[in-house]
Design a protein around this ligand. Structure first.
Ligand code: NDP
Length: 279
């Protein structure tokens, strides 16, 4: 049986350490969250983020915008938050309603308040190995490797999914630890062949049944980023946990794996933003 990577427990440990630091050092970090439209999943994510802020001692402010919001209105809110000296971090919850350009909005967020690490300045710094805000999901995955002493050097890592928020920043994180990295996507010719060679598999697709257990090499480390609903409406990942567990040496469950780590690393980035701004 594989080791099940307990993201829930590790995330709690990270939040508790941050809370202790915030109290001990008298820090007063503040996060502003923009929620635009009425995507039900986004509402849940935002609620979880606000709860985590409360637990850690981060002030939280939410800006709810209607689905009819115009790009100029969104940009003008971001400008206002950029100029608000009380605010350390700005998070724009994705997805945005149709017609709004999310990358243009990310580009506008002050790089010092860019706690999601999606502004091109931080993306660039991460890529060239300089200190930056690391996007929370890849950052959380790296913390899991660290906690479980999973050595990445010289290992072959295969990421399935090339989004700007998960797959691409994951490449930079893995390279920084000397893994050999392959990134696959919907145009990859032979996904099974690529995945079968992987010591580390990271699935970030958002669909079940693309990466299957028979593609996984015996002893591989399996990280499931996907968040889907199964036929009973229950949260599940991209990979069949039961079947993949028969092959993997380490595996993350869904729920209780990558999800809580993403939020914990957001808390980490907000505290970091506060510290950087008050140095
Ligand atoms: P995107 O939809 O932006 O990207 C999905 C990626 O999967 C794309 O690169 C796409 O390829 C690739 N893909 C789709 N079909 C195939 C296929 N048949 N074979 C190979 N690759 C394929 O998703 P995100 O990165 O935003 O999210 C991925 C999943 O992770 C979602 O379930 C999301 O909810 C979850 N997620 C979870 C987080 C957490 O904290 N646990 C945080 C962020 C996301 P192409 O580029 O060619 O279209």
């Amino acid at each position: 049986m594989p080791v099940i990577i307990d993201g829930k427990e590790l995330a709690k440990e990270i939040r508790m350490n941050l809370k202790e630091k915030v109290e001990r050092e008298g820090l007063k970090p503040k996060l502003a969250v923009i929620l635009c439209g009425d995507d039900p999943a986004s509402a849940v994510y935002v609620r979880n983020k606000s709860r985590a802020c409360e637990e850690v001692g981060i002030k939280y402010e939410e800006y709810k915008l209607p689905a009819t919001t115009k790009q100029e209105e969104l940009i003008s809110l971001i400008d206002k938050l950029n100029n608000d000296n009380e605010i350390d971090g700005i998070l724009l919850q994705s997805p945005l309603p149709k017609g709004l350009d999310i990358q243009e909005a990310f580009n506008r967020i002050d790089e010092k308040k860019d706690v999601d690490g999606f502004n091109p300045y931080n993306v660039g710094k991460l890529t060239i190995g300089q200190d930056s805000f690391v996007p929370c999901t890849p950052y959380g995955i790296m913390k899991m490797f660290e906690k479980y002493n999973i050595d990445l050097e010289g290992k072959k890592a295969v990421i399935v999914g090339r989004s700007n928020i998960v797959g691409k920043p994951m490449v930079a994180c893995l390279l920084s630890k000397n893994a050999t990295v392959t990134i696959c996507h919907s145009k990859t010719k032979d996904l099974a062949k690529e995945v079968k060679e992987a010591d580390i598999v990271i699935a970030a697709i958002g669909r079940r049944g693309i990466v299957t257990a028979d593609m996984i090499k015996d002893g591989a480390v399996v990280i499931d980023v996907g968040m889907n609903r199964n036929d009973e409406g229950k949260l599940c990942g991209d990979i069949d946990f039961g079947a993949a567990s028969k092959k993997a040496s380490y595996i993350t469950p869904v729920p209780g794996g990558v999800g809580p780590m993403t939020i914990a690393m957001l808390m980490n980035n907000v505290v970091k933003a506060y510290e950087n701004r008050h140095k």
